[in-house]
Design a binder for this molecule. Structure first.
Ligand SMILES: *Cc1c(COP(=O)(O)O)cnc(C)c1O
Length: 428
């Protein structure tokens, strides 16, 4: 479906039924697949033939949906995982091992920050965090002999910083390593990082892609553009024989477009088993079918709410890259010309107490540890996810006690603004 626009790909890419076949993607609710001879099955085990044998490795329903996401991002191959956490872990661990080093933006999702800084550290993988606003010189200074990947988020959750993808890609490539971008917040409808030089793109499909708060999931997309063989000394897992598959060298056998995802499936999915269930893949695909219709509405609502909040006397500051006053307004015009997403954050003048009172008085927006679904929700980190921190510690972490993160859903913006207005008035 290469020649179609992203709108049409959201609806129809990935699965093209033949004559008399189901119109909707079939849920292949089977853990296993039958074969007539051991020889047939042996070829699958040796990666000599492609086909299905066990759903932990591959399942047709998941493959249809992964193929759609690959087309949406403009990649060569993709795979689904059980969650966004698994997607980011796999994307990094596919090319890093004990003794490797990662350069990562410091402005990333808390779960990913912990994954890289604590859990992967226990595996002997080091990280240097850099500011998302770092200059090229500062970025260069973060690299080491053993650096194997650069990581960042297009729009960071929850800080809403916007990454200069081209700059990060240029520096990564100058050091012979790929750039991995978590593109969860804008989705490929609003930004396609591969077009700006990213090599691998990841998603928490739990957010806008599903879009209804129904199914946890993740995805990894390979651009097919990174020349592993040109940096074979850095990536032995892709460029030297894998003894667990009779000496296959992934970059040779599956080429630049297939090596990364094939290795990630054959080794990491085999051994860690973080597969998405076919039922979840089906639900995810229902979300993808309307992603291009929903994203503009999330942006419209986010923009309207941000503009309203900015003018309100109870509000100290609003973070939203669609506001001309925002630090990331200019860079967002380049990478997110149709807007970013529906998530807005803002600081109330009255601090923690005001945030608590404001949220208690909301009638439409619910309090949730979630973002990016059809129903508007909000969170005050100081009284929830970060409640163990003092006001001083929160300030140091750049999370003021009065900060509220609001994920604008698909309701009518007039109703959302009226709800926010009455809740702000009630603070007094
Ligand atoms: C939520 C989120 C994740 C983690 O995804 P899960 O599906 O919850 O595991 C990773 N990255 C970003 C940007 C997220 O918002």
């Amino acid at each position: 479906m290469k020649d179609y626009t992203i709108n049409t790909k959201c609806v129809q890419a990935g699965y093209r039924p033949g004559n008399g076949e189901p119109r909707q993607i079939p849920i292949v609710q089977s853990t296993t697949f039958k074969y007539d001879t051991s020889e047939d099955m042996g070829k699958l085990f040796d990666l000599e033939a492609s086909g299905y044998f066990y759903t932990r490795l591959q399942n047709p329903t998941n493959d249809y949906v992964a193929a759609k996401i690959a087309e949406l991002e403009g990649g060569s191959a993709a795979m689904l995982t059980s969650s966004g956490q698994a997607a980011n872990f796999f994307a990094l661990f596919n090319i890093c091992e004990c003794g490797s080093h990662i350069v990562s933006s410091s402005s990333i999702y808390g779960g990913t920050f912990n994954l890289i800084s604590v859990t992967m550290a226990k595996m002997g993988i080091e990280v240097t965090f850099v500011s998302p606003d770092a200059s090229e010189e500062e970025l260069n200074a973060a690299f080491k002999e053993n650096t194997r990947a650069v990581f960042g988020e297009t729009i960071a959750n929850p800080a809403l910083t916007v990454l200069d993808i081209e700059k990060f890609a240029r520096v990564a490539h100058a050091h012979g390593v790929p750039l991995i971008i978590d593109n969860t917040f804008p989705t490929p409808v609003n930004c396609r990082p591969i077009e700006w030089g990213a090599d691998i793109v990841t998603h928490s499909t739990t957010k806008y892609m599903d879009g209804h708060g129904a199914a946890v999931g993740g995805a990894i997309v390979d651009s097919g553009r990174f020349d592993w063989m040109a940096h074979a000394d850095k990536f032995p897992g892709l460029c030297t024989p894998d003894e667990s598959y009779h000496g296959i060298t992934y970059a040779e056998k599956f080429g630049q477009g297939g090596a990364f995802i094939t290795k990630c499936t054959a080794q990491l999915m085999r051994d860690f088993g973080c597969i998405q269930s076919p039922q979840h893949a089906f639900i995810l695909n229902l979300g993808l079918e309307s992603l291009h219709v929903r994203m503009p509405r999330h942006v419209e609502n986010g923009q309207a709410v941000a503009e309203f909040l900015e003018k309100h006397p109870a509000v100290e500051k609003v973070n939203y890259s669609g506001l001309p006053s925002d630090k990331y307004y200019e860079i967002a015009k380049k990478y997110l010309p149709n807007g970013g997403c529906g998530v807005v954050s803002f600081v109330l003048k009255g601090g923690r107490a005001a945030a608590e009172k404001f949220m208690k008085n909301l009638k439409l927006a619910a309090i949730e540890t979630h973002v990016a679904d059809a129903r508007t929700c909000c969170l005050n980190p100081a009284t929830s996810t970060h409640r163990q921190m003092s006001d001083e510690q929160l300030k140091e972490a750049g999370i003021p006690a009065g900060l509220v993160r609001m994920s604008c859903g698909l309701e009518d913006k007039k109703d959302l603004i009226a709800d926010i207005a009455q809740a702000l008035d009630a603070i007094g």
